[in-house]
Design a protein around this ligand. Sequence first.
Ligand code: KG4
Ligand code: ZN
Length: 337
Amino acid sequence: MKQFNDFLTLGIETSCDETGIGIFSENKGLIAHHLYSQIEMHKIYGGVVPELASRDHIKRVVGLIQQSLNQVNLKLSDINGIAYTAGPGLAGALLVGSSIARSLAWGLDIPALAIHHMEGHLLAPFLEDKKPKFPFLSLLVSGGHSMLIKVQKFGKYEILGESVDDAVGEAFDKTAKILGLGYPGGVVLEQLAKKGDKSKFEFPRPMAKKAGLNFSFSGLKTYAKNTFYDNPNNKADVACAFQEAALDSLVIKCKKALKQTGLKTLVIAGGVSANQRLRKKCQNLDVELFFPRLEFCTDNGAMIAYAGHQRLIKGQKDDTLEINIKPKWNLESLTKV
Ligand code: KG4
Ligand code: ZN
């Protein structure tokens, strides 16, 4: 049945190895979401194979949209706008989401809007009942990014610091691979670290004494590798020492950024925000803290539906029929809402 007096946004996420769909209603909030993870398929290769990722998104996306609509007894014709991840991410994978989104929008004669994947992550905590208030500091930590952002308002982002080399999630994944923990490594490394002895090894806290708010994680990964090769029987202790150092360096820079900006609210999002040890360490910060629920820390369609919805209801839309993607896309270039 047509949902009068409501605005329904369909969100489509296909930037990497997860096909995610969400439906956000102006009246009821998030009403449906479905996710298909390709982890099992990529596992045997030890990482994401881009071509396989694109092909799998093609296989899943239509079925997942249908499943999400069915969940709430809606038809495609009930949807008022479509938001899709246009970047950053893998070009082939992004093309799947943008093609289906733009084609559906054209066929249904409704607006479509390209969404920045990291804006989706940043806004994921707004899917919870208790929402952060602007302005706030955001720590965005995923497999592709580690950024500290001053969020003045929705759409106005100032990057205060970022990683000069590997993203923190990438360093977790690479270290996990070195330790023979498989892919994706972040969550497995966290589990193993729980069994480690914190006092066994003390790793350096990269960039801690350097001015500025940038991070660096690739040296830490090498430090873990060398320590493991010299101490092959101390796998859990190495995992623990790596995790402590990586997370401390995030917390150190958060503290610095909070002091520098005077902000009193900290929003942490992206895949690494699922890490329980990070959540624990942040409890000591003198701020109001916000995290997404665990399933919305990693990639999902709900966050894209939410971010897109906020823009679509204000009348923003892409004024082109072209199917274009932005595998590299600066968060600071986004428009305000
Ligand atoms: O946000 P996300 O799903 O994808 C990107 O946008 O990159 O983040 C995935 C990253 C991976 O590097 C994964 O290992 C890491 O988040 N991750 C974790 C944990 N869960 C996921 N890292 C540390 N601890 C975790 N519990
Ligand atoms: Zn992500």
